[in-house]
Write a protein that binds this ligand. Structure first.
Ligand SMILES: Nc1nc2c(ncn2[C@@H]2O[C@H](COP(=O)(O)OP(=O)(O)OP(=O)(O)O)[C@@H](O)[C@H]2O)c(=O)[nH]1
Ligand SMILES: [Mg+2]
Length: 603
């Protein structure tokens, strides 16, 4: 069975002719059989333009489309192609001839069997010289090295922690497989997919990769720079070759942690030595050992300790990836968050913050709306206000029977002349505040105040049968009674001389004006009601005959005939004084305190 599996090359062999390379810079889309597009890889020169150790590097790995992908990998021995509809990274193996051995077959099988979120998928291999390629899934955001050097990407501590977690998870998995160690763990061999998941790549296939043409290195500088992640014991022992060791991987991981903290090559801050000098210093291994310098400010103290423990000189003292994961978990408040988890939690936080914000803003808006509505409803009736808000017009409406009340202050003109404007405003404000408090208890609608005149109606805008007259009558009694507790601030000893009158009849109500619309009442009833007030006496309630008849029916109101009074435009009419109610619980002001007739102005 195993034998059959090993020999089933269809599982991993890739025909180079089946790979489509993205648009060539000259504009031709080509298959590999005719291209020079793989030529960079074919020549196999390892570019020195990478920034390992603080030097520039030209590959950029974000936001790739098929069109520009070819240009995104301009370093190393990797090119991009499309295989069976998927974008793949094709790593050139520098060999002139290749004999596929049983060991290679075993390696291919190992590679195909691996499945972990943080381990890049192995797709297969092209094995016919000179086109020998190892093919892996393409991760669109480039290598970790690309990511760290891209200044336009903001990496906060949580993000950095997630990168460290992703790599450690992938490596812990690899160490538990038959592949056992990576051998070339470095930031260019950690790639970032479109969902920001970091995956280790270029692992395994140690035998297949070995004995490559070493002349491919563009320069000595590049060759030594590539060794920054190699543990000192491996530098000293060339025989470890492409397999590396688990403790060697931990060393490489420590160097990656330094890169993450620095966001640049591991030795970028140590410019005294060139890459060759750095490798020699690391290889030397004497105390104090030569390692990347990471300023304390660049990362949390615990992370510092972790990287130092990873690159400890004595390999046996280095932690395992499992213990690194527990370490990271502790540092992260008991959670192992991957970049994706982190982003989700950030998005969730953001979303719930947004929800809270929206809720807060909505309730602020509701509150403001409530306040403006309240203000509006004080100025015009609710139903009128609502119609006006909807842009509807309000046709005038006839009310067959309503009671209209007027009051004013006898001697107001004199009083106002003897007071400062501010005192008058204070006085009227106090008075109307008192009145507004009283009328709230009744089914009445305050129409308006004009100077010292106060106008109230009942039976509109909502009909209330015949109740309007008793509502107004009782309200008038209570308004009069409220004067007993009222003092004019600047003349406290003076009795306020309120004169009230009301009349019942038909009115037309309508909204007038566009700029400051007002709900107004029109008709003879309004005039008569006003005359009832202006022909009345201070501290008394003057009632028309129509209102009197209705009140009489109710039986509780105490009234007295005043006699015949001349009302302008009406001639002689019979009117009444309202003195109280049989069930009245409040006292009225003493009428002997009323202003003498000569102080009255009659209209
Ligand atoms: N976007 C993207 N870029 C990749 C991928 N794999 C490799 N690369 C890029 O190709 C560059 C060169 O990769 P390689 O040819 O493997 O060279 P290397 O990683 O420096 O060295 P070795 O793997 O040790 O040979 C990397 O630095 C990345 O920028 C991938 O899956 N996606
Ligand atoms: Mg690589």
């Amino acid at each position: 069975m195993l034998e059959q599996n090993l020999n089933d090359q269809s599982l991993w062999i890739v025909d180079y002719a089946d790979i489509v390379l993205p648009e060539h810079p000259t504009g031709h889309s080509t298959t590999t059989s005719q291209v020079s597009s793989g030529s960079q890889a074919a020549t196999g020169s390892k570019s020195m333009s990478k920034s390992v150790g603080g030097h520039t590097h030209t590959s950029s790995g974000s936001g790739n489309t098929d069109q520009n992908m070819f240009h995104t990998i301009s370093s190393g021995k990797t090119v991009i192609g499309k295989y069976k509809g998927n974008v793949v990274a094709m790593k050139k193996i520098e060999k002139e001839k290749l004999v596929v051995t049983r060991k290679h077959l075993t390696e291919f099988k190992q590679m195909r069997d691996l499945l972990h979120e943080n381990v890049n998928i192995f797709v297969g291999a092209c094995i016919y010289p000179p086109r020998i390629y190892l093919i892996t899934a393409f991760c669109s955001k480039g290598s970790l090295q690309d990511l760290l050097e891209n200044d336009s990407i903001n990496l906060d501590n949580a993000f950095k922690m997630s990168i460290a977690v992703d790599i450690a998870k992938g490596m812990a998995f690899l160490h538990g497989t038959t592949i056992a160690s990576h051998g070339r763990l470095k930031s260019s061999n950690c790639v970032v997919d479109s969902r920001w998941v970091v995956k280790v790549t270029d692992y395994g296939m140690g035998d297949f990769k070995c004995d490559q043409d070493d002349s491919a290195w563009e320069s000595e500088h590049a060759r030594y720079t590539d060794m920054f992640w190699t543990a000192p014991e491996l530098l000293r022992c060339a025989a470890q070759g492409n397999y590396g060791s688990q403790k060697g991987d931990i060393y490489g991981y420590g160097i990656i942690l330094a890169e993450i903290a620095l966001r640049s090559g591991p030795y970028s801050a140590q410019s005294v030595l060139d890459p060759k000098g750095i490798i020699q210093a690391v290889k030397f291994g004497q105390e104090p050992v030569y390692r990347p310098f990471v300023p304390q400010d660049n990362c949390p103290h615990e992370m510092h300790r972790l990287m130092e423990s990873c690159w400890t000189e004595l390999a046996d003292r280095r932690p395992t990836f499992d213990s690194i994961l527990s370490w990271l978990k502790k540092m992260n408040g008991g959670k192992l968050m991957s970049v994706v988890d982190n982003m989700f939690s950030m998005m969730e936080k953001y979303a719930s913050n947004l929800e809270e914000l929206v809720q807060e803003r909505t309730s602020q808006l509701d509150e403001e709306k409530r306040k403006t509505d309240e203000l509006l409803y004080r100025m015009i009736p609710v139903f009128v206000a609502n119609k006006l808000k909807c842009g509807e017009t309000i046709p005038p409406q006839t009310f067959e029977s309503v009671t209209v009340y007027f009051s004013d202050i006898v001697g107001f003109t004199k009083l106002a002349a003897a007071s400062s404007p501010l005192q008058v405003v204070d006085f009227l404000n106090d008075l109307y505040t008192l009145f507004d408090g009283v009328i709230e208890k009744y089914d009445v609608y305050k129409v308006e105040t004009i100077g010292d005149a106060y106008m109230v109606a009942s039976g509109l805008p909502e009909l209330n049968g015949n109740r309007h007259v008793s509502e107004i009558a009782t309200m008038a009694l209570e308004l009069l009674s409220s004067l007993k507790n009222f003092t004019i601030r600047h003349i406290p000893k003076k009795q306020l001389q309120l004169r009230c009158g009301f009349h019942t009849g038909a009115v037309v109500a309508g909204v007038v004006g566009l700029k400051m619309p007002r709900y107004c009442l029109f008709g003879d009833t309004v005039n008569t009601a006003s005359r009832m007030e202006s022909s009345g006496l201070a501290l008394r309630i003057h009632v028309s005959w129509t209102s009197y008849v209705l009140l009489l029916d109710m039986g509780t109101f105490i009234m007295e005939k005043r006699g015949e009074v001349t009302i302008k435009g009406k001639g002689m009419v019979e009117t009444y004084w309202l003195h109280g109610r049989s069930d009245m619980t409040f006292d009225l002001p003493d009428v002997t305190l009323a202003a003498p007739l000569e102080e009255h102005e009659f209209k």
